[in-house]
Design a protein around this ligand. Structure first.
Ligand SMILES: NC(=O)c1ccc[n+]([C@@H]2O[C@H](COP(=O)([O-])OP(=O)(O)OC[C@H]3O[C@@H](n4cnc5c(N)ncnc54)[C@H](OP(=O)(O)O)[C@@H]3O)[C@@H](O)[C@H]2O)c1
Length: 280
């Protein structure tokens, strides 16, 4: 078939992307380690089992690439997958990268450079996901259970983005094999405003009536929280260090890419909170 292989097809962006592509009549193959039995559009795909890769790719000409999660070096698993994709004639790869650079994890930058270097392949660099404020993310879990946000970012701001807006951008880029060929190969994706954790807590409190406190912690304490949630040691350390960058204003950006590529504005944090108010 010609169509799109959606890796991470059960995740926050992949699930929405698959639905958006189907609405447009685009054939979709949804990759998961545990595809539901009897679902013809689902395929078993495990980064740690390279034998599943060629079958998932076969006949597709576009790929939404969600790299292996919770690792500081995706390249050993992703490089052979992309080589196979090129061999099988995949014309477009849209990579879910990140605007939040994990210190000590150059593999993510290497992967983005690898994708950007190929004609027609595109890197998305979303800012922090609004969905982090919902369980089961450790941040959202903490808000739900204890009514507080523990952060080492102080008052640094982030251009939080709804995962649904990332999916909408990916859908615009993947709906046709050659759409947006002349668009840039790298898109910084953000919501419409940059907000600190204090701003976010205030908005959640306003719409839910539940007071949310922001508690300053060190980067090391933040890493402990991530480790306790089950993340591997090195990844938890690198992820916690992102807060140190936020503190310096490194992620205080907004871009127009969502509007430019989808024709509509990105969702506001208040709109996101109103939609999910019952989850806090
Ligand atoms: N959260 C943020 O603020 C943020 C910001 C910027 C970028 N990002 C990037 O967003 C990406 C997605 O992260 P997320 O936490 O939101 O995850 P997610 O996409 O919601 O879920 C992870 C997906 O990966 C799949 N998966 C997990 N292990 C797999 C494996 N071994 N082989 C194949 N598929 C596997 C899961 O599918 P199955 O369980 O069905 O196999 C699931 O669909 C990450 O690369 C992260 O760097 C996140």
């Amino acid at each position: 078939m010609t169509g799109v292989l959606v890796t991470g097809g059960t995740g926050k962006t992949g699930r929405v992307l698959a639905a958006l592509l189907r609405e447009r009549g685009v054939p979709v193959r949804v990759a998961s380690r545990t595809p539901p039995a009897g679902a013809p559009a689902a395929v078993r795909f495990d980064w740690n089992d390279p034998a599943t890769h060629p079958e998932a790719l076969r006949g597709t000409d576009r790929v939404y690439l969600v790299p292996p999660v919770h690792t500081t070096d995706p390249m050993p698993l992703v490089r052979p997958f992309l080589a196979e994709a090129e061999r099988l004639g995949v014309r477009r790869v849209v990579l879910l990268g990140s605007a939040l650079v994990l210190p000590g994890a150059p593999g993510a930058l290497e992967l983005a450079a690898h994708v950007r270097a190929r004609p027609g392949w595109v890197v998305l660099r979303p800012s922090g996901f609004m969905q982090n404020f919902l369980a089961p993310h450790p941040l959202g879990e903490r808000i739900r259970r204890h009514g507080d946000i523990r952060t080492a970012a102080t008052t640094g701001r982030v251009g939080w983005i709804d995962a649904g807006d990332i999916a909408a951008v990916a859908a615009a880029l993947l709906a046709t094999p050659d759409g947006h060929t002349h668009a840039p190969r790298d898109h910084l994706l953000t919501g419409p405003e940059a907000l600190s954790y204090q701003d976010a807590a205030q908005i959640i409190s306003h719409h839910t009536g539940r007071p949310i406190r922001v508690v300053p912690v060190s980067v090391a304490e933040q890493a402990d929280v991530y480790r306790a949630s089950g993340m591997p040691h090195a990844f938890a350390t690198a992820l916690a260090s992102v807060d140190a960058g936020i503190r310096t204003g490194r992620d205080d950006h907004i871009s127009t890419a969502v509007r430019d590529l989808t024709g509509r504005p990105p969702r506001t944090f208040a709109g996101f909170v109103r939609q999910h108010a019952a989850r806090w």
